[in-house]
Design a binder for this molecule. Structure first.
Ligand SMILES: Nc1ncnc2c1ncn2[C@@H]1O[C@H](COP(=O)(O)OP(=O)(O)O)[C@@H](O)[C@H]1O
Ligand SMILES: [Mg+2]
Length: 325
């Protein structure tokens, strides 16, 4: 057993309240008159990979700051690993790794040196095993080669990776990651996704926010959907998807025409420049297909699919989600 493995083996896994890693009760944050987080009741099961979803400005970062005790709620309560925050932060926080928007690193130090400082400041930062911990964390986020580079020369994606590395210096029961793939290219995004899967397989609960539905869909077991500070829905991904009806997708160059046909049947369609899709809501796909063809839509493909997370979001809000990278 390596030192790191030995350290993992002795991590206390004290039971906590009701199998929830995070629970909030009527959590509210007002800035002036505006409730940017509005009576939020989150329930994050232990062991889940929980996607906290919402467009920019929907209150995700503000919520995460309250979860970690970085800002005080206007109303409501946070339980983190069964401990009420911020009163029992000293018990909860050592068991939580976090990556929040704009982590504080020293620009003139290298990534590796920054991690050395953070590790030395932690309560369990045994100096004898520090180098191993840091190399392992750098390796996990793909920064081994760039470890010597100064932080100020890092790209946004590399800064995010370093933030993740600092959350991974020790094994944690819960990781709270605010838009961890922000600023990363598709390759980096894939790497982070794989890392999250590995961590989850190790038993770590991962709570991550994102405004990119497609990214989250591939890694999460549970999701919560936010819009304008309110929670629209939460639960297992499977349950959320089975609440929405199947989606028909038609491939065509006659997008406007197809949207018109779908709209005339009372369905709200979404489109890109080659296809239109809409939640079927109980209508027969064969009828729609016939209507499309009769209206002169040149159909090059027609499919009935399980709703994607984006379809679910559209059916919850009646509007599109920011899916642009
Ligand atoms: N310190 C603050 N003072 C005033 N308004 C704020 C402050 N922090 C965030 N907000 C506002 O709260 C809303 C939610 O922001 P945020 O939690 O950052 O959303 P998200 O992370 O989902 O993009 C935004 O409209 C933002 O402008
Ligand atoms: Mg944010």
């Amino acid at each position: 057993m390596t030192t790191i493995e030995a350290e993992r083996a002795v991590v206390p896994s004290e039971p906590f309240g009701g199998g929830s890693a995070i629970r909030t009760t009527e959590l509210t944050k007002r800035f002036g008159d505006v409730a940017v987080v509005d009576r939020l009741n989150l329930e994050v099961p232990a062991g889940s990979v929980f996607g906290f979803l919402g467009p920019n400005g929907s209150g995700k970062t503000t919520t995460i700051r309250m979860l970690l005790g970085l800002i005080a709620p206007s109303e409501g309560e946070v339980q983190l690993l069964g401990r009420t925050m911020p009163g029992r932060a000293a018990e909860a926080l050592p068991r939580v790794g976090a990556l929040v928007e704009g982590p504080a690193f020293y620009p003139w130090l290298s990534g590796r040196q920054n991690l050395e400082r953070i590790d030395a400041a932690g309560p369990e930062g045994d100096a004898a095993t520090r180098r191993t911990r840091i190399e392992l964390a750098l390796e996990r986020v793909g920064l081994t080669a760039a470890g010597k580079k100064k932080y100020k020369a890092y790209s946004l994606g590399m800064r995010q990776r370093l933030g993740l590395a600092s959350a991974l210096l020790r094994r944690r029961e819960l990781l709270i990651l605010d838009e961890p793939t922000n600023g990363m290219d598709p390759q980096g995004t894939r790497e982070i996704r794989n890392l999250i899967r590995e961590l989850a397989a190790d038993g770590t609960t991962v709570f991550l926010s994102s405004h990119l539905l497609a990214e989250i869909e591939q890694v999460c077991t549970h999701v919560a959907v936010m819009s304008l500070g309110r929670l629209l829905s939460q639960g297992s991904l499977a349950a959320l998807q089975s609440d929405a009806t199947p989606v028909m997708r038609v491939d065509t160059v006659d997008v406007e025409l197809a949207l018109g046909v779908v709209g005339a049947r009372g369905l709200s369609g979404r489109h890109d420049d080659r296809s239109v899709s809409a939640e079927l809501g109980g209508q027969a796909p064969e009828d729609l297909c016939r209507l499309l063809v009769e209206a002169g839509v040149r159909v090059t493909g027609f499919a009935v699919e399980r709703p994607s997370l984006e379809d679910v979001f559209v059916s919850l809000t009646g509007e599109g989600f920011d899916v642009a990278r």
